[in-house]
Ligand binder design. Structure first.
Ligand code: CU
Length: 662
């Protein structure tokens, strides 16, 4: 895989800027200027009316075949893809523009879909939108019935309404407003759920169209504050830890291209997926070997397990219904990441399409990770130890009450880990005093956090040493008792080729130590086997919902763990392009019904992993990080341990006869 890039220069001359533009890589995310240009072209040429709001404005990535033949200075046309909503006409459009030609290439009305969440109108941002709802007289009256006389201290969180087939909801862009009450400005409002009060919001009309009152429940009495200013004291026995890299980090960055030791990859970012990694490859004996062409979170969903009031409708697709990249934090040195950090900004946009720069969205740094490998030859009293180091690329998103950190880790032995860190505030509701909830945990008096799960699907456009890849399921099995296995101790590998889409999805089987390999039959390792990488599950599970529950169709990707499709450029999102208010059936199940061949083909694997969250008292009022994820590891990709060439660490200690002095 050839790589090419410009050098980032802090103080750019005019000539350098011109050169930057000439050398822009075709996979670079849209710049501020390109986002604004896209919107200008659409407004001038698409004739979609004035009341136009933007859900998506992203790079339309060039065709893979074109990219694989890309050479520095090749001319590849630069295009943008947008989804826009005329909120007066209630119509959604997909648009493609050519940025080179300043021209609209596609303008298509997409019927029967709803875009991801957009709040407000041309003159109103989210806070202003929330304030307009709080001034609704019927809402004020409903609050008064509950003894709430301070609507200004109410928080209204918009939640997706799901799709339970209610005819009155068809064709409308709706959300459910769920309400909490702050005791004072700036305290944790999630400590005081206003239970039984749900607002049906028409997002196109920016108003409450129905107030659903399931009955009054007293508002919980206690504070649940976590902010430093609310703490009486802090523990005093923490000494500083300083991470210093006096010679700087070991990575080099040119534009969005990263080289770290033997790894090379390219950074991207979209408002829906957040972090996108392109062209992940590893240098082996002088050859840059491709592993993954494109990797990103494809979808996520959080289904809740409480049947009361309208809590059964809580099933949020934070990526497809909200936009996990749009929710990205600006990260701060010393808090979210530690050490020698490089930040990448993200060019995003507001609902009117105006480009905005989100500073410090992606954090990249190195971490010491303990021992990479070690052996002591006790006969000659010789120890060889190598310390492990990993490259960390991450971003953190805040979605209402919750935080998600998305972390990619690259290791010196060719392994990759993907990890999601879950933190923030558990979604809270209220029950009357002396009530024990069945489907949740009382985390404070009258405050219940419902049982729920978090599912993530990561799309991995694999390219293990080339495009022609095949997928195997590998189980470890007990060999039958026989003359070859008379002592009953033998166990072996059962490897099954999965040659068609109908062979998927597959499920984890921890008792078979199951994993999956993506192999290239045309490339052999030192021992003559096809080179491969494996998908190694971490924590995982299946939904507890019944098979005919609405969410099982809407988020079919959580009903299996390993999915696979033949590559198609437009198949990016596991639950389809428009999951918001969608009845289900789109995305993976729809595409895989074609039963395309996956043997020696350009395959895409989609790995789903879930985290079961039975809330604990310790999760309140803010949740210590929970971790979940999976690994992508070389499995006969290299001829031997590829990290033999990691040098011994400079030793600050000398040891003799087992006694060390430092
Ligand atoms: Cu949770």
């Amino acid at each position: 895989m050839a790589e090419e890039d410009i050098v980032v220069i802090e103080e750019k001359t005019y000539q350098q800027k011109t050169q930057d533009k000439l050398n822009k890589h075709p996979l670079d995310p849209l710049s501020i200027e390109e986002i604004n240009q896209t919107v200008e072209i659409i407004k001038a040429q698409a004739n979609l009316g004035k009341e136009l709001l933007f859900e998506t404005i992203v790079l339309r990535e060039p065709a893979k075949t074109e990219m694989l033949n890309y050479k520095p200075n090749s001319k590849i046309s630069r295009e943008a893809f947008a989804v826009a909503l005329n909120y007066k006409e209630e119509k959604v459009y997909e648009l493609i523009v050519s940025l080179d030609q300043n021209k609209l290439l596609k303008n298509e009305y997409i019927p029967d879909v709803q875009p991801a969440f957009i709040f407000g109108d041309l003159n109103m941002n989210f806070i202003e939108w929330e304030n307009t709802l709080k001034n609704d007289p019927d809402f004020i009256a409903a609050l008064a019935k509950r003894g709430v006389a301070t609507p200004e201290l109410v928080m209204i969180d918009p939640w997706p309404i799901s799709n339970f087939g209610n005819p009155s909801e068809q064709g409308k862009r709706l959300a459910i407003g769920r309400c909490w009450l702050r005791r004072e400005e700036g305290d944790n409002g999630y400590a005081r759920p206003i239970e039984g009060l749900s607002l049906i919001l028409d997002l196109n009309k920016n108003k409450i169209i129905e107030i659903q009152d399931f009955g009054i429940v007293p508002i919980p009495p206690e504070d649940g504050n976590y902010a430093a200013r609310y703490q009486d004291s802090f523990r005093s026995d923490i000494k500083p830890i300083e991470i210093t890299q006096p010679e700087g980090p070991s990575f080099t960055i040119t534009g969005n291209h990263i080289k770290w030791q033997k790894w090379q990859l390219r950074i991207g970012f979209t408002p829906r997926e957040g972090l996108v990694l392109h062209n992940i490859s590893y240098e082996d004996k002088g050859e840059l070997r491709p592993i993954i062409y494109r990797a990103a979170l494809s979808e996520m969903v959080v289904p809740y397990g409480d049947p009361t009031n309208d809590h059964y409708k809580k099933q949020v697709f934070d990526s497809g219904e909200v936009g996990i990249g749009k929710c990205a934090n600006s990260l701060e040195l010393g808090c979210d990441c530690l050490g020698e950090i490089h930040y990448f900004d993200a060019a995003l946009f507001d609902i009117t399409g105006k480009a905005t720069l989100q500073k410090n969205v992606i954090c990249m740094h190195e971490e010491d990770y303990g021992i990479l490998w070690k052996h002591t030859d006790h006969r000659i009293n010789e120890t060889e130890t190598r310390r492990s180091r990993r490259l960390v690329i991450s971003f953190i998103a805040t979605v209402g009450n919750y935080e998600y950190g998305f972390f990619w880790y690259f290791y010196q032995d060719g392994s990759i880990d993907y990890e999601v860190k879950l933190t923030g505030i558990v979604n809270s509701s209220a029950v009357p005093p002396n009530t024990q909830p069945k489907n949740g945990t009382l985390v404070a008096p009258q405050v219940v956090a419902h049982n729920h799960q978090h599912y993530f699907n990561v799309r991995l456009d694999m390219m293990v040493d080339g495009l022609e890849n095949s997928i195997y399921e590998v189980d470890t099995v007990r060999d039958p008792l026989s003359t070859e296995n008379p002592h009953g101790n033998a166990f072996s590998i059962k490897k099954t080729l999965l040659p068609e889409e109908e062979n998927f999805p597959r499920k984890i089987d921890p008792f078979a130590a199951r994993y999956w390999t993506i192999a290239n039959h045309s490339k052999k390792n030192y021992m003559g086997e096809s080179v491969s990488y494996k998908i190694a599950p971490g924590e995982n599970l299946l939904p507890f919902h019944h098979d005919d529950a609405v969410i099982m169709k809407r988020a079919a990707f959580m009903t299996g763990h390993m999915w696979a499709t033949a590559y198609h450029q437009d198949e990016l999102f596991a639950a389809g392009n428009y999951p918001n208010q969608h009845p289900g059936g789109d995305g993976l199940p729809k595409w895989m019904s074609a039963n395309r061949n996956l043997q020696d083909k350009d395959v895409v694997v989609w790995y789903t992993f879930g985290h079961n969250h039975i809330p604990r008292l310790e999760d309140w009022p803010v949740m210590p990080v929970a971790y979940t994820g999976f690994s992508i590891k070389p499995s006969g990709f290299f001829d031997r341990n590829p990290a033999l060439d990691v040098p011994p660490s400079a030793s600050h200690c000398s040891c003799d006869e087992g006694q060390c002095s430092c």
